[in-house]
Every structure is written in C-alpha cells, then in structure tokens.
Ligand binder design. Structure first.
Ligand code: ATP
Ligand code: MG
Length: 328
C-alpha cells in the first residue's frame, strides 16, 4: 500500500476553504492509503512563536482535524516535534544540501525579502526539513498546493542524491499529489476570488451561528440581475458556489431560477445560505468543541500518534545509519 504524508501548518483555525479544498480529501485518502498527517510545529519556529501560542495552536489544530474526520485508527496523526528521528535525518540531508541551491528556492527568497532581519538558517534549510518529514516514512505521495511544488522538487533532489551517493534505491522518490480537481475552490464573501486566512475573509468551522449570519448578510452583492438568464457576475457566482456546496440541489435550483427570471432578492438568498452553512457546520463545530474541551484526550491521541510515527521513523533511521556507516 502506498504511503501518503501531509504536513499541517499550526496556524489559526480551519475555515471552510481548508475544509472543502483539502481536509475532506484527506478524510477520503485514509481509506485508500497508509496516511501520515503531522502538525509542523518545528517548521513554525522560523517565525519564533511564543511557547503558549505553540501549545495552544497545536491542540486547536489537532482538535479540528479530528473533528473533521481524520481518524487516528486509520491514519497516523502526530506532532512533528514528538518524533525526534526526523532531526537526525534532517542532519544527514543537510550534509548533502548546498547553499547555492537552497538560496535559489523562491519561498526562501521571498521570505528573506519580507523579513530581512530574520533570515535564519532554519528558513534556509526549510526544504531539507520538509524532505526529512517526507523521507522519514519513505512516503510515496504528498498532497501539496502549487506553492509547495519547488519544495517537492528539493525533496526529490535529496532523495535521489542519497540513493545515488550510497548506490541504493532506498528512498522512494516522493510525488506531488494534487488535490486540485478533487476539492472545490471556496470563494470569499468580500468579492474576492478565494477565501483565505491572509485575505481575512474566512468563515471558520468553529464559528458561532450569529457570527456566520452576520458575515453572510454583509457579503458583497450588486444591483441585481439586469436581464433574463444573464451570466452571473463574480460576486453573485460566489454566493451560488457556496450554496452549491452546503445546500440541497433544490435550494440551489430555486434561487438559480429566481436569478434567471430576475425575481431574486439577495436578502432571501443570503438568509438561506447562512442557515445552510450553519446546519452543515453544526456537527463539525460540536465535535471541535467536544475535542477541544478534553485536552487529556487530545494529548493521549497525540501521544499514540507519536508512538506509531516513531516506529516507522526509527526503522528508517536504523536503515539510514547502517547505509551511511554508523553503528545501529
Ligand atoms: P494562507 O492565507 O496563510 O495561505 P489559507 O487560508 O490559504 O492560508 P492554507 O494554509 O494556505 O490556507 O491552505 C491549507 C489547505 O487549504 C491547502 O491545501 C489549500 O489549497 C486549501 N485551501 C485554502 N483556502 C482554500 C479555498 N478558498 N478553497 C479551496 N481550498 C483552499
Ligand atoms: Mg494559502
């Protein structure tokens, strides 16, 4: 069975863009692959977060992924910093990673430009740590967005370099696995094309109903349909896209017909959309609150995940030490 690995950034709460664009696909992948999901807390150190923020955000994101259906019985979900073997592999990979190629990575250059007073070595070697995350479980597939494509190239480079250096096809060459086409792109309600944390236009999975209502009622619209059966402008299409995700087909068709015969009142559409969003999110929100309230259970799940991940990682490290010429 092929192994899939995905890193989770411990930043902020999950929004419905994350959910429909990525997390629902992860939940499906669990059925077909051996899956590892890890919370990338070492990676987050490049920006020097406070200890209490690390602890809180790690638990939050763990609770949310579990609430969405990542199942610790089917997958291995763990916190990166619990599996110290990753660091040993990181060191070995760094010995064969060269300054020039690391400096040429676009995301490094961008970050160096944006934060000139914090161009730390961790930022530079982000691609080798990511390669270590992947190779430690000898993963075959990594679901990533376009922005991670270059880091995946680097992971393949380091896997190949190791294999060639020691004349052994030890590491599988990890392939990017596109979730695009599987998930939907969730638009923003502010007229922008995409919902995103940086865009500041998110509806969060754990959001309270009253707050969802407010956000939806404030969604940007226009003067209304100007002709029968006209094409929808982007801001209106955005509302319909959301409707297509959370409402029954009859509801979508009902409002679509009203649009086409020019009798649509945006207020009605928004009210319905808000209620359908609230109903769709209700069970997820309830599970998030449930998991979040029980930190002991969360810590236990994290520990069990770490044990499973450790088992897989320790095997790789034993092999790698032997290949390199160290005592095992
Ligand atoms: P940031 O603004 O910091 O980039 P984000 O809100 O875009 O954050 P990411 O952490 O970049 O979220 O994305 C996590 C996952 O969710 C990725 O797989 C990404 O493709 C997916 N995703 C994020 N926003 C959307 C969206 N609006 N529609 C579909 N998928 C999304
Ligand atoms: Mg993003």
């Amino acid at each position: 069975m092929e192994t899939v690995l995905s890193g989770i950034r411990p930043t902020g709460n999950l929004h419905i863009g994350n959910y429909y664009g990525a997390v629902t696909s992860f939940v499906r992948l669990q059925e077909e692959y051996k899956c590892f999901f890890f919370i990338a807390d070492w990676h987050s150190l490049t920006t020097h977060p406070k200890p209490e923020d690390i602890r809180r955000s790690t638990r939050t994101i763990l609770a949310e992924y579990l609430a969405c259906g990542i199942d610790p019985q089917k997958s291995t979900i763990y916190i990166q910093s619990d599996v110290k073997e990753v660091l040993e592999l990181y060191l070995y990979l760094n010995m064969n990673a060269y300054l020039g190629e690391l400096e040429r990575v676009t995301s490094f250059k961008e970050k160096a430009r944006k934060q000139p007073d914090n161009v730390n070595a961790g930022l530079l070697t982000y691609p080798t740590l990511m390669a270590a995350d992947i190779l430690i479980h000898r993963a075959n597939k990594v679901p990533v967005g376009k922005d991670q494509e270059q880091n995946m190239e680097m992971a393949r480079l380091y896997a190949n370099r190791f294999n060639n250096k020691y004349g052994k096809e030890y590491f599988p060459i990890p392939q990017s696995f596109s979730l695009v086409g599987q998930g939907v792109k969730i638009p923003g309600l502010d007229g922008s094309g995409k919902m995103g944390k940086s865009e500041g236009n998110c509806i969060y999975l754990c959001e309270e109903p009253s707050s969802i209502r407010k956000k939806v009622m404030r969604a940007v619209t226009d003067a209304g349909p100007q002709a029968l059966n006209s094409e929808k402008p982007e801001v209106i299409q955005n509302l319909f896209t959301l409707l297509s995700v959370v409402s029954p087909k009859e509801t979508y068709d009902y409002f679509d017909e009203k649009w086409n015969d020019m009798t649509l009142r945006y207020g009605d559409l928004k009210k319905q959309l808000a209620e359908d969003l609230i109903n769709t999110l209700a069970p997820i929100r309830e599970r998030i609150l449930d998991f979040s309230s029980d930190t002991e259970r969360l810590d236990r799940i994290a520990l069990e995940g770490a044990e499973k991940a450790h088992e897989s990682a320790a095997k790789t490290i034993r092999d790698v030490r032997e290949i390199i010429g160290f005592r095992v």
